[in-house]
Design a protein around this ligand. Structure first.
Ligand code: HEM
Length: 389
């Protein structure tokens, strides 16, 4: 149990960098592991069980009680359960459809090229600060309609919610509530400006959009913007960190991509499976229930370990082989069920363009000698990703 107990508290840096063995311990321990009163949650790690929970929102709700991240109302669409959730996705899905995302590829490529060129002759860089953080941040702030010039301030706010510098749960709640108010204020400012004059950005589109024949209220636009602020800024950064860290340490895999860039989309899926940059998602039970014979009380927080499901030897052939030619790759790194990631096409485009441009300019690189990579908990960013070439 001691190996699993780290999941609720301070984690071992080796397990954060290589969580797969710990996931196996978790799966072997049972379908639903109650972490006890101190941690206050149940953890589920098997592929079939995780998928079952994702498909049963009537018992495993994604409502506001599932996770507190400084919000004062449910985040839209993440904390709205079906069937109402469907109305918001009907509005949002077309904005994030592959055709719309394809229109952003050229400008994203130009952005990546500028970032890569800035470091290519330097013989080394911190990949996290040079590319992984600024790229998705710039893309997303432009899309949402927030000033890119204020990116450092927004990144600090986002980090304040995702990685608050606190020790206790009480401190976390107080800190994230304070930061949450600042995020609402930033979004309100942008909404007020767009009320005056529309622009070609998401906030303007949300203001004109209708759900069930009715315009979205200002609060609804705020609640979508708040979720986007967190979902759009950090997830691609963490994924890029995980992928470059992996490729810097696996020469054969990296060289395969350099020799044949058409492998990159497959490599992205396989690294999403293996690394699962978003390690877990959270639900709360609406009634007493059970999972594969394990009882779960009403009102329990249930954490679904996506990374564990993606490395479950019961469903994945050659589970521990990172195979860029894997024929079938039905990983759930983007979640599953009604709340499956809205931004997956945008994320995949950003990841592909970055891997293409980086490896074209810098085909050989490694982790700087003496650096011990540090993966953050939950969302797996690697802030000290120092590379040299
Ligand atoms: C590689 C990058 C990304 C990964 C790994 C990722 C992962 C996920 C996961 C696991 C979920 C499910 C959450 C749950 O079920 O509780 C999710 C939902 C979501 N993601 Fe992403 N995400 C990524 C990029 C993005 C981007 C760029 C956006 C930008 C809009 C985004 C927006 C969302 C939204 C809005 C939801 C909630 C969908 C709903 O509730 O219907 N994601 N994402």
């Amino acid at each position: 149990m001691s190996d699993l107990s780290m999941m609720g508290g301070e984690a071992d840096p080796v397990a954060l960098a290589h969580p797969q063995p710990m996931f196996k311990l978790l799966r072997d321990a049972g379908a639903a592991i109650d972490m006890g009163e101190d941690v206050g949650m149940v953890i589920v790690g098997g592929d079939a069980d995780v998928r079952y929970v994702l498909q049963h929102p009537e018992t495993f709700s994604s409502g506001i009680d599932a996770v507190a991240i400084g919000q004062v109302r449910p985040l839209i669409p993440l904390q709205i359960d079906p069937p109402h959730h469907r109305n918001y996705r009907k509005l949002l899905d077309p904005i994030f459809a592959p055709k719309q995302i394809a229109l952003l590829e050229d400008q994203t490529r130009t952005l990546v090229r500028t970032m890569v060129r800035a470091v290519a002759d330097q013989g080394g860089c911190n990949f996290h600060t040079s590319v992984a953080e600024p790229l998705p941040t710039t893309v997303f702030l432009q899309l949402l309609g927030l000033p890119v010039s204020r990116a450092p301030e927004f990144v600090k706010l986002k980090d304040g919610i995702i990685r608050p510098p606190v020790a206790t749960t009480e401190e976390r709640v107080a800190y994230t509530n304070k930061i949450g108010q600042q995020i609402y204020a930033v979004l309100q400012e942008a909404i007020d400006a767009r009320q005056e004059e529309r622009s070609d950005d998401f906030i303007s589109r949300f203001l004109d959009a209708e759900v069930d024949g009715q315009r979205l209220t200002t609060n609804e636009v705020l609640d979508i913007g708040y979720l986007f602020f967190l979902a759009g800024l950090d997830t691609v950064t963490a994924s890029l960190d995980c992928m470059l860290a992996f490729l810097a340490q696996h020469d054969d895999h990296r060289r395969a991509l350099v020799e044949d860039p058409s492998l990159i989309p497959h490599a992205i899926e396989e690294m999403l499976r293996w690394e699962s940059p978003v390690q877990g998602v959270v639900r709360v039970t609406t009634e007493a229930t059970e999972l594969a014979g394990c009882p779960i009380a009403k009102g329990k927080i249930v954490t679904l370990m996506l990374g564990s499901a993606n490395t479950d030897e019961r469903v994945w052939p050659e589970v521990d082989t990172i195979d860029f030619d894997r024929l079938e790759n039905r990983h759930i790194a983007f979640g599953g069920g009604a709340h499956r990631c809205l931004g997956s096409h945008l994320a995949r485009m950003e990841l592909r363009v970055t891997l293409e441009e980086w490896h074209h300019a810098i085909p050989e690189y490694r982790v700087k000698q003496g650096v011990q990579l540090e993966y953050s908990q939950g969302l797996r960013a690697v802030e000290n990703l120092e590379l040299e070439w």
